[in-house]
Design a protein around this ligand. Structure first.
Ligand SMILES: [Zn+2]
Length: 424
């Protein structure tokens, strides 16, 4: 009885709030509370006209809603903290040299739409030439194009000849990529420059990489001193730093320098895991794309040396993902979309479960953890009052089969429906 009264009161409150600010409401047959891991039944998520959630409360028999998802399971919109929205897999290697910056922006428009419709209502884009990612972000925010909420980095900072440079052309071309900056003061200046042109986050290359020519994933690139300067400058200006780091030493240097997230984290050792825990550094393991690179990479035009490098680090990265998770390190969901086709971001959930997580852990990595890394815990990552009405729905229970998240059937961002296969 007390429960029933409580339910009616909540319902009345919901009615009052939604009538005060008419937006809409979604009725969810099931709703996953990603904070507690509880699966709630028959809930109404109401939102106001600015697309912000005004209440989440149990439905009653008479409750009405503008969107009926009573046969579906609702979750908060997913978050991918490592994307390359202006790139396609076929842009790897020499083919990429023939793609103009305006063309990359158009690719970004296409991929933003695909990403949103796959259920990812927020992304962090880490690396784009000429601030094409900032242009896509601004187009989305202006309502001109369809896409997720975006935090973007613009050009990634790195050393001469490193993973964040382009090493495909011979000397006579004198080509240096936009983020190359040498020494602590030049690196600080580059941080200021990318912020000037729209960076929400700073991306750097701490170690070598897989898809670059002439370097090795395990070897260090930026020094500790350079990374300390970058982290200090970025933090002073209110930005976080994401460091691409496969190599064991680079991972540790980046953590010691105060970098906020380690991207790839492939060759992290026990000391690196302990350091990450001690500093509260997020680890991002892109453990799905190994499959894509090994199966499709050569066809997509990736260099033979890249495929060889992936063969060396791919499995180790997955093993170290399991180790870091079991040790209790903070993990956020990031996929490196762009290396594999955008829209397939959800395929990483299955890999994370295959390599040691429970479905709920993987979902939390892509919701509350990712929101925390982005500094957006007050806006996204959970369905609660005051957060954006970013809501997705699937058929079935993702806690028993996480691969359901590969086929998201309903997507709403800020109260605006981007996809509703249930209405078909
Ligand atoms: Zn990347």
């Amino acid at each position: 009885m007390r429960k029933l009264v409580f339910g009616i009161v909540l319902c009345l409150l919901a009615a009052i709030e939604s009538s005060a600010a008419p937006g809409g409401a979604v009725r969810c047959g099931k709703l996953l509370d990603v904070r507690t891991g509880q699966m709630l039944t028959d809930q109404i998520v109401a939102f106001d006209e600015s697309g912000v959630i005004s209440s989440v409360a149990p439905a009653t028999g008479a409750a009405t809603s503008s969107i009926d998802l009573s046969k579906a399971t609702c979750l908060p919109g997913l978050i991918d903290v490592h994307t390359h929205i202006t790139a396609n897999p076929t842009d790897a290697g020499y083919a990429g040299l023939g793609i103009s910056v305006p063309r990359q922006a158009v690719t970004g428009v296409k991929n933003a739409r695909l990403t949103l419709r796959a259920g990812f209502t927020t992304i962090r884009n880490v690396g784009a030439r000429d601030f094409t990612d900032a242009a896509v972000r601004d187009g989305v925010n202006a309502g001109e194009i369809e896409g997720p909420r975006m935090l973007v980095s613009g050009p990634a900072l790195g050393i001469t000849g490193g993973h964040c440079d382009i090493n495909l052309l011979p000397y006579e071309f004198h080509f240096k990529d936009q983020g190359v900056a040498y020494g602590p003061w030049a690196a600080r200046e580059k941080v200021r420059e990318v912020i000037k042109y729209g960076a929400d986050v700073i991306k750097i290359c701490a170690s070598g990489g897989v898809l670059s020519k002439g370097d090795q994933p395990g070897t260090p690139q930026y020094t500790l001193v350079e990374m300390q300067a970058i982290a200090e400058e970025a933090h002073k200006l209110g930005r976080k730093v994401a460091a691409h780091a496969h190599g064991t030493e680079s991972i540790k240097d980046a953590i010691r320098a105060g970098i906020d997230s380690i991207e790839h984290s492939s060759l992290i050792d026990d000391e690196g895991i302990a350091l990450a825990k001690q500093h509260g550094t997020y680890l991002v393991f892109d453990i799905y794309n190994d499959d894509f690179i090994l199966q499709e990479g050569a066809k997509a035009g990736m260099l033979a040396e890249s495929i060889e490098k992936e063969k060396k680090v791919g499995r180790l990265q997955r093993e170290n993902f399991r180790k870091a998770f079991q040790a209790g390190a903070k993990i956020a969901f990031g996929t490196d979309a762009g290396v594999y086709p955008h829209g397939d971001n959800g395929r990483q959930f299955g890999k994370m479960v295959e390599w040691g997580m429970k479905p709920m852990d993987a979902i939390q990595a892509s919701t509350i953890n990712a929101a925390d890394l982005l500094g957006w815990s007050d806006k996204v990552g959970t369905l609660e009052k005051g957060h954006y009405a970013d809501l997705i729905a699937v058929e079935g229970n993702p806690l028993t089969d996480v691969k359901i998240l590969e086929t998201v059937k309903f997507v709403m961002k800020g109260g605006i429906v981007a996809r509703n296969d249930f209405a078909k």
